[in-house]
Design a binder for this molecule. Structure first.
Ligand SMILES: NC(=O)C1=CN([C@@H]2O[C@H](COP(=O)(O)OP(=O)(O)OC[C@H]3O[C@@H](n4cnc5c(N)ncnc54)[C@H](O)[C@@H]3O)[C@@H](O)[C@H]2O)C=CC1
Ligand SMILES: O=C(O)[C@H]1O[C@H](OP(=O)(O)OP(=O)(O)OC[C@H]2O[C@@H](n3ccc(=O)[nH]c3=O)[C@H](O)[C@@H]2O)[C@H](O)[C@@H](O)[C@@H]1O
Length: 465
């Protein structure tokens, strides 16, 4: 059996590495157009940072896992083809800012139709609007060299930072399709390491829609607790205490109730906007408005946090040094897509702050590129003014102490474990007074910090009363 996966990103790379590890008899070929990404997958420094991933890749790479840019060859040789390309929000034309851009999916389908012979199973791994498989099937049906296809939907539920653990031990695997033979072929692969009762099968449309719905529900929980965090700050309630109190109700459950400066990541916002667009398309205005509010609440939370910093620091951060701890959208990943840090830093820069950023896994190049992109309009144009602000007022620090040194405030943006065990007396002594801390993750020990003398502010807490 030969598998090909188109797209060697955060999903394609780790999922295929896990299949190759668990199924040594299957040859797995992951292809991408991006040569430098492929080179990185073949090197010691993988393009994706995930705990435990290097070991999985290194083991399988020597045996049955190949990374290359030979897309046509990989498609031609494969019995089963996963499509795991990006499906970002459209930035132009009809549905701009909401609909998914399916350009990359369509190109893959056309390439598969052009190159294939015989019978192949095509698996949608990317997250797609419900009924995309219909378009994929129509394109594949145009294959001129007699090839035939079954199309399956097999959305991925891994979370970044825990990808290896999630792939090893998923709550469920979801396979949607019409052909029992094709569904069984894919289920048999997963059954090499996942109990059969966790492999769910549905029709194509339920599978496609379940992925968008799962992300919408997860994001909705974060927005719900973040909405309550604002009320906690106004009333003296403590959001972590409220989360614990409601989370022990088994009907609510404790997960995804951690208040924060706002959810980030490449998918929550994109997938909800996609859901909103779909609802509007089907004339379901109230349903669309309901889900859109999850994203509005998230924008409010990020804005509220940045405004709170300025207000607390005597209504000005102009020419003040602000040390930012963390830039990734969550801990244990180098991914910064839609990270709340980007927007909070942008807002502080526009208030003329001098921002010094430290993240253990994110490169300076990535941070600068993200900040520039955050200032661009729909056409990608960035004003000279914003470009100068970023050039002159952003510094990258080598560690958390350096970011904090001489600063007026520390802002915790990512919940990296290393921030919890710093020498806070040393941090305090190196800062300007009053030494403000804004904990956007409720990560630090606020009592201990207050005792040292910090002026501490956190999400959903009124610590100064
Ligand atoms: N990042 C995540 O944690 C999760 C992502 N997803 C979904 O999986 C899909 C992929 O996401 P990521 O891996 O994060 O994206 P990514 O942007 O990291 O990777 C996609 C890759 O596809 C490549 N590509 C695009 N068109 C191509 C073509 N025609 N031929 C060959 N390669 C091509 C790109 O060069 C890129 O390297 C998206 O639909 C996303 O919504 C689903 C679950 C989790
Ligand atoms: O489709 C996807 O891309 C994936 O999206 C999320 O995974 P991911 O975005 O990688 O990470 P999460 O752990 O879900 O965190 C998302 C964001 O929400 C924030 N968050 C999460 C949980 C919480 O309680 N509070 C909170 O602020 C995180 O800090 C992060 O910024 C889902 O959890 C995955 O199941 C899904 O496969």
């Amino acid at each position: 059996m030969k598998i090909c996966c188109i797209g060697a990103g955060y999903v394609g790379g780790p999922t295929m590495a896990m299949i190759a590890k668990q199924c040594p008899e299957i040859a797995v070929h992951v292809v991408d157009l991006n040569q430098s990404r492929i080179d990185a997958w073949n090197s010691e420094k993988l393009p994706v940072y995930e705990p435990g991933l290097y070991e999985v890749v290194a083991e399988a790479r020597q045996r049955n896992l190949t990374f290359s840019t030979r897309v046509d060859d990989a498609i031609a040789e494969a019995d089963m083809i996963f499509i795991s390309v990006n499906t970002p929000t459209k930035t132009f034309g009809v549905g701009a800012g909401r609909a998914a851009n399916l350009e990359f999916i369509e190109k893959c389908a056309r390439q598969i139709a052009r190159v294939s012979t015989g019978h192949k199973i095509v698996v949608e791994k990317s997250t797609l609007p419900v009924r995309t498989a219909e378009a994929v099937k129509r394109i594949l049906a145009s294959a001129e060299n007699g090839a035939t296809f079954d199309v399956l939907s097999n959305p991925e539920f891994l979370a970044e930072g825990t990808a290896v653990e999630d792939l090893l031990n998923p709550d469920r695997v979801l396979i949607g399709g019409e052909s029992k033979l094709a569904i069984d072929a894919l289920a048999d692969i997963y059954a090499n390491w996942i109990p059969r009762e966790r492999i769910l099968t549905t029709n194509l449309w339920s599978s496609e829609l379940s992925k968008l719905t799962a992300n919408a529900f997860l994001a909705q929980r974060v927005s719900s607790i973040n909405a309550i965090s604002a009320l906690c700050e106004a009333t003296g309630a403590d959001v972590d205490e409220v989360a614990r109190a409601i989370g022990t109700d088994s009907r609510i459950g404790p997960k995804f109730l951690k208040a924060s400066v706002g959810f980030g990541g490449s998918c929550f916002q994109k997938d909800i906007l996609n859901l909103v667009y779909l609802c509007e398309h089907f004339g379901l205005r109230e349903v669309a408005a309901y889900w859109e509010q999850v994203v509005s609440m998230n924008d409010y939370q990020k804005r509220r946090f940045a405004e709170g910093i300025v207000r607390t620091m005597f209504n000005t951060v102009s020419d003040k040094k602000i040390g930012v701890w963390g830039f990734a959208f969550k801990k244990d990943t180098n991914d910064t897509r839609e990270s709340a840090a980007i927007y909070v830093c942008r807002d502080l820069l526009r208030e003329r702050a001098r921002v010094t950023i430290y993240d253990p896994r994110v490169s300076e190049k990535q941070i600068r590129a993200d900040l520039i992109a955050s200032c661009s309009d729909m056409q990608g144009v960035v004003s000279e003014h914003d470009r100068k602000l970023i050039e002159n007022n952003v510094t990258i620090a080598a560690n958390a102490y350096e970011a904090a040194s001489q600063s007026h405030a520390i802002v915790v943006m990512t919940e990296w474990d290393e921030f919890k065990s710093l020498d806070f007396a040393k941090v305090y002594a190196s800062m300007q007074q009053p030494a403000f801390v804004f904990d956007g993750r409720n990560l630090l020990d606020h009592d201990q910090l207050a005792k040292i003398g910090f002026d501490i502010h956190a999400i959903g807490k009124s610590l100064q009363d």
